[in-house]
Design a protein around this ligand. Sequence first.
Ligand SMILES: C[S@@+](CC[C@H](N)C(=O)[O-])C[C@H]1O[C@@H](n2cnc3c(N)ncnc32)[C@H](O)[C@@H]1O
Length: 173
Amino acid sequence: MKHEHPKSPFHDHEHAVEFDRRAAKSGIRAELEKKLIDMLALKGEELVLDLATGTGRFARPVAEHITGGRVIGIDQALAMLRVGHEHEDTVPGYRQVAGEAEALPFKGDTFDRAFVSFSLHHFGRPALVAREILRVLKSGGQFVILDPVLDAPRDSLDRRLEERVNQVFRRTD
Ligand SMILES: C[S@@+](CC[C@H](N)C(=O)[O-])C[C@H]1O[C@@H](n2cnc3c(N)ncnc32)[C@H](O)[C@@H]1O
């Protein structure tokens, strides 16, 4: 498959290690992890897709709630997958796949659930990703997105705040 994306920082091993280290300490991630698990409403037998799984920081706790199914995490950055693969905190129900969210290497009607965390804003063609998710989800399947959303700025203070938030994202991502 043709890779059209320029190499993002996530392809760099040092960056992947640093990302994983910060993610481990993040309080907001711990809160969102609980919310994600609630929203996925798992019974335990589901096949779940984690798009842009990174180092698997959300996928592993989700996999702990699955006894008969599994979580498949896909990501384009081998460095992130490697850091996740070498994790001391391994979970049997979590598998990684290298690939692009825009061209998922799965048959249609495969997954019961799909989720994407902190990654939608990275996708160059989010509408294409959405189409792929619809294709691979079974009828009645559910898709959960965790992504920061800011209200449209109303004044100069909002605009400065938005610029600051973007700076933080550029630095941490
Ligand atoms: C900020 S990280 C989030 C990782 C993980 N979801 C988490 O919350 O810990 C963004 C991830 O999106 C991945 N990514 C970005 N664009 C992608 C694409 N088109 N297909 C697959 N993975 C992608 C990056 O390689 C990176 O691992």
